[in-house]
Design a protein around this ligand. Structure first.
Ligand code: PXP
Length: 246
């Protein structure tokens, strides 16, 4: 069954809107775990627009499930990861001007650097995941550089405007998931998933973890974090029990 890892970046976004101390993403992480989250994900961005160093450090001590740090492949972030030791590092491309992570990594283009990061993090017992588009060349490149895990970008599926386009994107995701799993990698997925579109992705066999942020935090503002996580977990559980014919 796919596991839910809650990305709490946008709890920090609200805090940073006033440069104050609340809401605290640490409290949100505790409540997400109480609601049944299997992991907590944060993205420490170069510009620190939401999650701060302090959050990462405290979350490392407080999170009882699994801490996944999304980060750009930079020296600064590598140093931070080796110091704080999250359970997993998801390497993502990062551009200052983007609202959120826009596309997946071009693994072949940064082959040498990625190989180096995967090996340095691995030596520190940190599993590396590469965030990639649902593209078979990227999946094979991730395997080639020795990534133990990939996260398949579900953004194009989430943004599809028609049912047909959505079905096409789901097929791309399904093929990428299947290929990555056959190559022996752990397969995660995420980006743009919400209460309406999560089921089809959660039903794909071999999807291990779903990283979901904006929609869960948005619902949490209205119904509370525990309830929002519980509702999302239920959808995922239900979908996993009815595997898709793909
Ligand atoms: N996975 C990755 C690699 C991401 O960068 C993000 C956004 O921070 C997510 C998942 C979660 O996306 P969303 O907030 O749209 O659920």
């Amino acid at each position: 069954m796919a596991k839910l890892c809650v990305n709490i970046d946008h709890v920090a976004t609200v805090r940073q809107a006033r440069r104050t101390v609340e809401p605290d993403p640490v409290a949100a992480a505790v409540l997400a775990e109480l609601g049944g989250a299997s992991g907590i994900t944060i993205h420490l961005r170069e510009d620190r627009r939401h999650i701060q160093n302090r959050d990462l450090e405290i979350l490392r001590q407080v999170v009882r499930t699994k801490l996944n740090l999304e980060m750009a492949g930079t020296q600064e972030m590598l140093k931070m990861a080796l110091l704080v030791k999250p359970d997993m590092c998801t390497l993502v491309p990062e551009r200052r001007e983007e609202l959120t992570t826009e596309g997946g990594l071009d693994v072949a283009m940064y082959k040498d650097q990625l190989q180096k990061y995967i090996s340095l993090l691995g030596e520190a017992d940190i599993k590396t995941s590469l965030f990639i588009d649902p593209d078979l060349d990227q999946v094979r490149a991730a395997h080639f550089v020795g990534a133990p895990c990939v996260e398949i970008h579900t953004g194009s599926y989430a943004e599809a405007r028609t049912e047909r386009e959505q079905a096409e994107q789901l097929t791309r995701i399904s093929n990428a998931v299947r290929t990555a799993a056959k190559l022996g990698m752990q397969v995660n997925a995420g980006h743009g998933l919400n209460y309406r579109n999560v089921s089809a992705v959660a039903a794909l066999p071999s999807v291990d973890e779903l990283n979901i942020g904006h929609s869960v935090v948005s619902r949490a503002v209205l119904v509370g974090m525990e309830a929002a996580v519980r509702e999302m977990s239920q959808l995922i559980r239900h979908a996993s029990q009815q595997p898709a014919e793909r």
